[in-house]
Each structure stands twice: as structure tokens, then as C-alpha cells.
Design a protein around this ligand. Sequence first.
Ligand SMILES: [Zn+2]
Length: 360
Amino acid sequence: MHEEETSYLGDGGDNSMRAKSTLRIVAWPVFLVCILVVGMPVNAAQTEIANDYVAIRFPDGLDVPREVQQLLLERITESICYLEGFLEYTFPRQIQYEYVESSFLSIGTFGLPNIVRDSLPVPIDTEDPNLHKPFNPHEIIHLVNHDVWQDCVIASMDEGFAWLVSYLYLEFPLHYEASCLLALGELPPLEFLLIEHHQGSRFKYRVSARGNLSFLGLLYEKFGHRAIIRLHKGLAEICGEGMVRDNVISLIEECTSTPLAELEHEWHSVLHATEVHPRYLAALLLHKEYDKADLLTLFHLCQYYNVEIDDPMFIAEVQSLESDIQNFVKDESLNEDDLRHRIQALREWATEMRRRMRGI
Ligand SMILES: [Zn+2]
């Protein structure tokens, strides 16, 4: 069994971040980065290390040894070189990669022209394995997409390409989670998946990101790099006349010389052929339940009222529960029913907090 099959919720972040060897570690933070737009506590940078490609800045007061900075610079630069080569793109200017402190949630690029903000922990020890593995360039790929597509950014394609290119770089399996989603009946028809995006739901984001990752991965595997690049560049041209969905479908059919229905049939055949682990399926359903706690609305309310969540017990439980859901696949000491009860309790807790906040 691959590690990816035993490690859940390997999403995110965007996100997903330190190029770990398991989906579990990599994907979840990326996920947070991609969808949470809360609080941007940007601190003045105290230290910086740079080359022609990137300037990395660290939070004020954080003592990052120079050797660690150098290793991080090497890893990030390598990832930039890879994605520039893959996407046949050259950054017109140095990228600003800022590590920022965020008390709770991750933040991402959000259309800034050449700035990535990363709230994941900064490695501070040269022995940290993350410094000796490929760095996940997910957020940096968003910079390329936004520059190439300009006013024609389709969020689902933006995520799909960011996931695809980073997963190819990290050599992670492309189809595992989409196989699980299909097995659960959670994968929407392709004509919807290609253009639908849900900033308001972490689970729906997950479906969109992982689904499009897998489908674009199929196109890459079947039609090759040229077809993927044609599609990537072609997406910059489709926001003019006609429905965006029809234009995306036409572009894909043009790049592959294959009707969409045939592509979807072949894609599902690949997904059905992938053996999925029952605990992974259960973990996805736990995540779907957890999504109903609607923490995004709570955080948006915090922003609106300019207040912070003042209950450390709540924050601790959110962090603990997310960690346990994330570890559920591998850690068989974690019980599904226990997690369901905790999720239900957190949902009620979050509802009460939203109610109190609206009463301010
Ligand atoms: Zn992203």
C-alpha cells in the first residue's frame, strides 16, 4: 500500500506545502492556503535571503539560522526552475516569498502579482527533513496562472493546474483521491467539475481541486506535455464570446482531438481501476461532516467585526480535530464514531460562537 493511500486529507496547500513524501502532510496545508482568506497578519520582515529568482523573508523576531535559509532558498529555487520549465514560462521579476505569522489559518497568494504569503511554520533546523526534499511550488504556480490568464482566470482550472504541476514535481499519485470521490458518488459530472469552484466550502473546494487535478493528470498521461501546455495557454483566450463552460470544453476537445464524453468515460475507467482504502473513504466523509461546522463563516464574521476568537479551548479543539481527521487513515487508534461526535460538538460550538458574534 502506498503511503498516499493510508494518509488522509492529504490536500491543500495550495495547500500542501513542504514537499513532504506523504499526501497527508502535504496536501492539507495547501488546502487551507487555497481557500481561507481570513486575517493577513503581515509582519515586518527581519531577515531575508535572495537570489535572482526569489527573495525569502521571515517573520520579525524569528531566528532562522543562515544554513537553514540557504537550504530553503535552494529548495524553492529548484521548484521555481521546474515549474518555469514545465509551464514554458519565465517570471519577469523576482518572486517575493514571505513567511508570515498567522495564529490560526493559512493564507495564500490571492492575486498579488509576485508575492506568496506562507503562514506555515518556518523550518529552523538544518536536520528538518523538509529542507532535504522537493519544495511544493503550488502557490508559486498560481502566480504563473494569474499572469498568463490575466482577466480570464477560472478558479477551478487555477487550482487544477497548481495541483497538477506540483504533484508531478513531487511525484505524488494524481488519481487516488478522485478515485475515492468517485467511489463515494461525490465526483460531479465533468462539465460541472471543470468550471465550478466553491470558496465557501472546504469540502467542495477539495472535490474541485482533486477532481481537476486528476482529470488534467489523465490528459497529461494520455496526450502528453504538449497538449497540457496548449490547454494552459489556450485558457487565456476563452473568456470573450460565449459561455465559459462551453469554451473550456471546446478547448479541451481541440487540444485532445477527443469528445469530452469519451474523455470522461476513459477517466472514470482509470479511477474505477484504482483500489481505495476504506479508511480513506471514511476520512473523506468525516471531512465532509466537519465542513458543516462552517468555520469559514465564523472567520469572515471575525474579519467583519474586527475581532479575534477569544476562546483558546475552541481553537485548540479545531486544531486537534483537524489533526485527528488528517491522521485518521494511518492512525487506527482513532475511532470514527468518536470523531463524528467531536465534529457534531464542534458544529454546535461554532454555531453558538457565530450567534454570539452576530449579537455584538
Ligand atoms: Zn491553490
